[in-house]
Ligand binder design. Structure first.
Ligand SMILES: *[C@@H]1O[C@H](CO)[C@@H](O)[C@H](O)[C@H]1NC(C)=O
Ligand SMILES: *[C@@H]1O[C@H](CO)[C@@H](O)[C@H](O)[C@H]1NC(C)=O
Ligand SMILES: *[C@@H]1O[C@H](CO)[C@@H](O)[C@H](O)[C@H]1NC(C)=O
Ligand SMILES: *[C@@H]1O[C@H](CO)[C@@H](O)[C@H](O)[C@H]1NC(C)=O
Ligand SMILES: *[C@@H]1O[C@H](CO)[C@@H](O)[C@H](O)[C@H]1NC(C)=O
Ligand SMILES: *[C@@H]1O[C@H](CO)[C@@H](O)[C@H](O)[C@H]1NC(C)=O
Ligand SMILES: *[C@@H]1O[C@H](CO)[C@@H](O)[C@H](O)[C@H]1NC(C)=O
Length: 457
């Protein structure tokens, strides 16, 4: 479809193109002439040399890689010891030029410091800093400390509120990573500003702002700026470059900003999405409402092959069942999830939607072969920290589709740890991308019953 659209647009453009080229060439010649003349007339201001140097892959850039030592003068302003993210906070005169990914800053903290001439520092701010694969796709931001205002480009826009610059990085667009690596860190970093903060986004993923509009608007009242396409020189008195991030899909109340928990975050999410239910139903003798079971249905990988059997069994046990596949707007989807008392799904990003469940609801995570440890990290702890109840169902070998691909004594089936040693891509291919499950109903039934018991407590 995209190709068709492009074809259509470009036929039309073709006709205009010749004319445009003539005009364009004329403008170009004029501009070039002016530039040449101008450079004879007066020397380039220092800030412009600075900008040009930053634009041209400067070999004086010092990379600030995780765990690396860095210039001591940055220590009071930056923290590079977090497990997930690097982070700087500048006060003073900060000027951000998106087009060259440059951040100039001059600050009282820089007085008495001997800056090496032409030095810039590169920093990557996506909150998954030890993941080399994804960090390789994240653009570097250049930090340029300057001592005098003459070395700074002129402000074209003055902002009166602080800035937070964050990146949606290589995994932006995946609901787990959007939540774990971007939205929770952004919440931790920006909540205390009470929406009086300007967000600037680097490496913006297609549709990202639209998809997460509700959360972004709840944290900042200003139109978000797409840094990669911003030609302005934006000036701030306070800027945070990077975000606070504590752990995968989690918040540690002992870390900055101190005292917030994952439960605070889910309360916040329920409020901003106007979700009605704060707690799941409590089944009592008098209350004859049916508990609602929501099955998160995966269609391409890690599919439940006998979903219909589960639906029938759950109905027999007294559940009101809904099967859903997670592709719709978050506004609509969050309401459906919030209406559930039990959510069931195979380990995968779709389980991130536990965010919208009412407290005391039950998450049932189905764990395919090989995925025990990731399942614990990604959904067990988070679910418990959100005040949800948690059940898991580890499938047995005969419930995995892997037995159709490998002999039953094959290492892939008997010892997934060995495949792990072959590296993540290989492991993912076998256990995540090529494994479906067919649940043994007589075993799985006990989990559905247990969930009902939890709703009675
Ligand atoms: C830097 O971050 C680490 C990890 O989040 C934290 O333990 C430490 O207290 C921070 N240091 C400062 C000076 O804020
Ligand atoms: C934006 O950056 C590109 C190179 O990265 C440069 O060619 C262009 O002149 C810049 N535009 C502005 C308005 O600074
Ligand atoms: C800084 O850049 C200027 C202009 O390109 C150059 O003349 C000077 O030698 C550089 N200084 C250092 C220390 O690299
Ligand atoms: C920004 O503020 C500075 C200092 O107050 C002022 O000189 C400059 O004209 C302002 N620029 C714009 C574009 O408003
Ligand atoms: C976080 O949760 C605690 C305990 O429920 C509550 O006292 C506190 O006010 C919450 N903080 C915010 C910022 O919502
Ligand atoms: C969301 O719900 C509204 C109203 O209930 C409906 O009009 C709209 O089509 C739904 N959008 C999606 C993407 O499901
Ligand atoms: C989150 O869960 C972990 C593991 O269950 C637990 O150790 C930790 O205390 C919990 N944190 C909060 C704030 O509930």
């Amino acid at each position: 479809m995209l190709e068709k659209l492009l074809a259509k647009c470009c036929v039309k453009l073709e006709r205009k193109r010749v004319g445009l080229w003539v005009l364009f060439s004329f403008v170009l010649v004029t501009v070039s002439l002016c530039t040449v003349l101008k450079s004879y007339m007066d020397p380039l201001p220092i800030w412009e040399i600075n900008l040009r140097r930053l634009n041209s892959n400067n070999k004086n850039t010092v990379k600030l890689v995780p765990h690396d030592s860095f210039e001591p003068f940055l220590a009071p302003m930056c923290n590079f010891s977090g497990e997930k993210s690097d982070y700087c906070e500048f006060n003073g005169d900060i000027r951000i030029h998106g087009n060259s990914s440059s951040i100039f800053f001059s600050s009282p903290q820089l007085e008495n410091i001997e800056l090496q001439e032409n030095r810039t520092w590169g920093i990557k701010i996506y909150a998954r800093k030890t993941d080399e694969h994804v960090m390789g796709q994240v653009k570097e931001l250049l930090l340029k400390p300057v001592l005098s205002v003459q070395e700074m480009p002129k402000c074209t826009v003055n902002h009166s509120v602080p800035a937070i610059v964050f990146s949606t990085g290589g995994y932006g667009g995946n609901i787990f990573h959007d939540t774990s690596d971007i939205l929770i860190p952004l919440y931790l970093t920006s909540l205390h500003f009470n929406r009086e903060v300007q967000f600037l986004i680097q490496d913006k993923h297609y549709y990202w702002n639209e998809r997460h509009e509700v959360t972004l608007k709840a944290l900042s009242k200003y139109e978000i700026i797409d840094l990669n396409h911003d030609k302005e020189i934006r000036c701030f008195n306070n800027a945070i470059i990077g975000v606070q991030s504590h752990q995968d899909f989690g918040i540690d109340p002992e870390k900055l900003p101190y005292g917030l928990t994952l439960r605070n975050f889910t309360q916040f999410i329920r409020k901003i999405y106007s979700l009605q239910r704060d707690t799941a139903i409590q089944i009592t003798a008098e209350d004859d409402r049916k508990p609602r079971l929501l099955i998160i249905s995966r269609k391409k990988t890690r599919t439940i092959l006998n979903e219909d059997k589960i639906v029938a069994e759950a109905q027999r046990l007294g559940y009101d069942v809904e099967v859903i596949d997670a592709r719709m707007s978050l506004k609509n989807f969050s309401k459906i999830v919030n209406s559930a008392d039990v959510m069931l799904g195979v380990h995968g990003a779709g389980l991130t939607n536990i965010l919208y469940l009412p407290e005391n609801a039950v998450l049932i995570q189905v764990i395919p072969i090989g995925l025990q440890s990731v399942s614990k990290i990604f959904y067990e702890r988070p679910a418990k920290n959100m005040s949800l109840k948690y059940l898991e169902y580890e499938i047995s070998v005969k419930e995995s589709s892997l037995i159709q691909q490998y002999p039953i004594k094959h290492q892939v089936i008997t010892d997934p740890e060995i495949a792990k040693k072959a590296g993540w891509p290989e492991f993912k291919k076998i256990y995540m991308d090529n494994q479906d499950v067919r649940l043994d109903m007589s075993n799985f039934r006990t989990v559905l019953v247990k969930a009902l018991e939890l709703l009675r407590q």
